[in-house]
Design a protein. Structure first.
Length: 503
């Protein structure tokens, strides 16, 4: 692949700031449509939060564990990642392993599993909770309706189409302000079953009482209905496939190059200035970087209408996380370990979230990617990626955080006896590390919080008031996670190409 640190030309049709999955999606689609595209990335590799790193013979994903929609599905519009890679001509560069069960969870007195096919999931829990069977089926039917309507909207103009034609999207309209807890209240009584259904809430960084039902349902269906997948060789391979779609279509990717400034003249974008002083012109700039960095530092808030800036400052950013990366020679296998296991101290996810906000999370998740891809570690060894949510401001991370690594290992060792004596590598990443590697301020995991008020039209649009300045990634519509940022990247490319076609 052709990666540079200085651009070969002085002028492009479009410059993309940041090589997160959202930015690469837009860049790939624009390059494939014949536009000259430059991607500028400050890190030494592409991917943003989807990047991976190596320690000796261990290959760790920095963040992403699981994505949905990697194979063709009969449902029209399904298999979003498969469709994107196919369209970009790079589908053969990545291999995905299906994850089944999608997750396991340990609650006091209860161990549960989420089968990787929706019908199996519903049947399993309808049998275990017979009095809840009707409500359970109705709940998942609503989730499927949301998936269908979201995909239909995605194929048109996404959120914009849903706003313009509300009658075509009755389920999206009905639940547009609903939280997961509110919808569960209408369908499920059992605290155990509610806890099982909500198990994945940390994936969106908010507990059931706050997380958008629309977004949670879309995420859950992407795993249970479209299939959950791990990318063989880490998600770095997925990001690299997207980057090679850019370079394969004649575009360029600069690494170790920071954008210092996005130049604006008379309310119109004119290009970027790199940290090394190089000025590059383009009539289009797509920012995949933290929205606050883009508005306040790269462009300057003065260039935007006051209302736009104050609205942005009222939005709430998502929480951060602490991750411990570990290698062990414990004899783990598909028979005794899942790809992803959540260890909860109670059925009460609200209480779990409160402990995280207080900086003392009493729960965590353990991902063992070597179950799906043993080649990530030497034979006989496994990787464990232990994650919990925690705010940036909870502790002074500059003072070190070995105590966090130790605490997380102790917690996991209660469920994996002997772990302490079988660790060959351990390293922690704090919210500060997340910020350092992606420049998401305070290590925000998912851009703006994925609350019911901040998805759909409540999230920042992909276009900006400055002509030629667009956004792609988890700070913009429709939302966070790989599914969300791919949708966002597609919407941004589509808007740009439609606009150019009309000019
Ligand atoms: C711990 C953790 C676990 C997660 N697990 C999952 C999961 O299992 N499944 C899932 O779907 N999602 C998961 N997510 C969420 C998902 O990773 C993100 O929502 C998504 O990757 C964000 O992509 P993005 O396109 O918005 O860009 P980002 O990943 O935020 O990347 C932005 C890029 O812009 C670059 N940049 C910033 N400023 C500049 C500048 N001035 N000049 C040049 N470059 C710049 C950064 O270096 C970075 O590469 C997880 C996130 C975290 C943190």
């Amino acid at each position: 692949m052709r990666f540079h640190t200085e651009s070969l030309r002085d002028t492009y049709d479009a410059i993309v700031v940041g090589s997160g999955v959202g930015g690469l999606t837009t860049a790939g689609l624009l390059a494939r449509a014949g536009r000259s595209v430059l991607v500028v990335e400050r890190h030494d590799r592409v991917g943003g939060y989807a990047h991976a790193f190596r320690r000796g013979r261990y290959h760790f994903d920095s963040a992403v564990h699981l994505i949905g929609g990697c194979e063709p599905v009969a449902f029209k519009g399904g298999g979003q990642i498969h469709n994107l890679l196919t369209k970009l001509g790079v589908r053969d560069q990545v291999e995905f392993n299906r994850i089944d069960p999608v997750y396991s969870a340990v609650y006091p007195g209860m161990v549960v599993e989420a089968p990787g096919h929706l019908d199996d999931f519903v049947e399993l829990y309808a049998n275990e909770f017979p009095s809840e069977a009707k409500g359970l089926r109705e709940f998942f039917q609503e989730c499927l309706n949301i998936r269908d309507e979201t995909r239909r909207a995605d194929q048109l103009e996404g959120v914009l189409d849903a706003i313009k034609s509300p009658g075509r999207y009755p389920t999206l309209m009905r639940y547009r302000r609903a939280t997961l807890a509110q919808v569960l209240d209408d369908h499920i009584e059992s605290a155990e079953l509610r806890a099982v259904i909500c198990t994945l809430w940390p994936y969106l960084g908010l507990p059931p009482s706050r997380v958008s039902f629309l977004y949670f349902a879309t995420m859950l269906m992407s795993y249970l209905a479209d299939g959950a997948y791990y990318c063989r060789g880490t998600f770095q391979k997925f990001a690299e496939a997207l980057a090679s779609a850019v370079t394969g279509a004649g575009g360029e990717v600069l690494l170790r190059s920071s954008v210092r400034r996005i130049s604006v003249d008379d309310s119109r974008v004119t290009g970027v200035i790199l940290e090394n002083g190089q000025r590059i012109s383009a009539p289009l700039v797509v920012s995949n970087a933290d929205m606050r960095q883009t508005v306040e530092e790269l462009v300057g808030a003065d260039a935007f209408p006051n209302r736009y800036v104050s609205r942005m400052r009222r939005l709430k950013p998502s929480v951060s996380a602490y991750v411990t990366y570990l290698a062990t020679d414990l004899p783990l296998s598909k028979q005794n370990t899942s790809h992803e296991t959540f260890l909860y101290a109670s059925l009460d996810h609200e209480a779990a979230y409160r402990t995280a906000l207080a900086g003392q999370p009493n729960w965590l998740s353990v991902t063992v990617p070597t179950i799906a891809d043993p080649a990530l570690a030497p034979a006989g060894e496994h990787l464990m990626i232990i994650t919990t949510l925690i705010p940036f401001g909870a502790h002074d991370w500059r003072a070190g955080s070995q105590w966090m690594v130790d605490g997380m290992i102790d917690h996991v060792a209660r469920h994996f006896p002997g772990l302490r004596d079988h660790i060959s590598f351990a390293e922690g990443a704090s919210p500060r590390t997340m910020e350092r590697y992606t420049r998401n301020r305070d290590g925000a995991l998912y851009g703006w919080e994925v609350s019911s008020a901040q998805v759909g039209p409540g999230r920042s649009p992909n276009v900006s008031p400055i002509a030629g300045l667009h956004f792609a990634g988890h700070w913009t519509q429709p939302g966070a996670g790989i599914y969300g940022v791919v949708s966002s990247g597609i919407q941004t490319a589509r808007a740009i190409l439609a606009q150019r076609a009309n000019e």
